[in-house]
Design a protein around this ligand. Structure first.
Ligand code: GDP
Length: 302
């Protein structure tokens, strides 16, 4: 069994490759939920949705969110009615969010709701929300904290930010399923997801770092030089007080990490790191990176 910690872009790209080397039944994915929001009556869990759609074979892999070929009729109609739906939600994507919202409103936990949705989508891998407690990533801009989605989607990441926090501030408990998936795995891979908004929220869940310290853990850097491959990871690292680089990423994980993997072109040096081609610009490149990581694991286990 292999367990990955994931956000909604970098690690799903790697998962696409991991699936070429093992069966879905052998994969568990612990997924960030700190970007979840209720919107237009549905429950949006962007990272869980991306991972579920990937396994279901329906993901839009041009954008790495939403369902391929989805339509936006309801979104357009809602805007015409004057609602403030600042995230463009596709029609079939919305059906998932409504179904999840119903399950949660009727007393299911997020883990239970995700299990039901996965079963109904024919997904064989384990898709595990990091916690069943609501938690949100907030960023500070001009002295005021706003939800990460407001910053990244509504404001398109164009406003300056100088601090990041989780609300509530006391760490939520990881679910039992998450701790089990980490503890019972042959290895854990932290994919090249955004350290501050995707991976740290998982690491902050009670019990996760302790479980990782007992495991063989590899992490792949989402940075080359002083810039991420994509997205706001650099700004968020700076707002959190860490260098926006592989070195900063490694510092966040080093207390439990066994092997850090950087891109072969990265100009920043991390002591003891392995080097691979981590630019997953195609399915083939995702597969090659996954193969390289499995090779490193085999070397470790002899
Ligand atoms: P989010 O939830 O959409 O922010 O997605 P993630 O947190 O899972 O992934 C975002 C991170 O993925 C960004 O920091 C990117 O730098 C990284 N990323 C995207 N594509 C690649 C890639 O091909 N290679 C590597 N190494 N990182 C990538």
């Amino acid at each position: 069994m292999i367990t990955l910690l994931s956000g909604g872009t970098g690690t799903p790209k790697l998962l696409r490759g991991v699936r070429c080397h093992t069966t879905d039944q052998q994969i568990n994915v612990v997924v960030n939920t700190a970007e979840d929001v209720w919107i237009s009556g549905g429950h949006l869990s962007p990272d869980i949705d991306t991972v579920m759609y990937l396994f279901a074979g329906t993901l839009n892999t041009e954008t790495w969110w939403g369902i391929a070929g989805d339509t936006f009729l309801t979104h357009k109609a809602l805007l015409d009615l004057g609602t403030d739906e600042y995230i463009a939600i596709g029609d079939r994507d919305r059906a998932v969010q409504i179904a999840r919202g119903e399950l949660l409103t009727n007393g299911k936990s997020l883990t239970e709701a995700t299990t039901i949705l996965c079963r109904n989508m024919g997904i064989k891998a384990g898709v595990l929300p990091m916690t069943d407690s609501p938690v949100a990533t907030m960023v500070r801009s001009s002295g005021e904290y706003i939800h990460f989605q407001e910053y990244w989607v509504r404001c398109r990441g164009s406003i300056p930010i100088d601090a990041v926090k989780r609300v509530p501030e006391s760490p939520p408990p990881a679910t039992e399923d998450v701790i089990k998936a980490i503890s019972e795995a042959d290895a854990v891979i932290i994919g090249p997801s955004n350290p501050v908004t995707s991976i740290l929220p998982i690491l902050e869940c009670k019990g996760v770092r302790e479980a990782l310290r007992e495991q063989y853990v590899l992490a792949v850097s989402p940075f080359i030089g002083l810039a991420p491959f994509s997205g706001p990871a650099g700004e968020l690292m700076k707002a959190k007080g860490f260098p926006p680089s592989s070195l900063g990423t490694w510092e966040l994980y080093r207390d439990f990490l066994d092997l850090f993997v950087q891109d072969k072109r990265d100009t920043v040096t991390v002591p003891g790191a392995a080097r691979l081609d981590t630019m997953m610009t195609s399915e083939e490149k995702s597969r090659d990176l996954a193969k390289g990581l499995f090779g490193l694991m085999e070397m470790h286990y002899g």
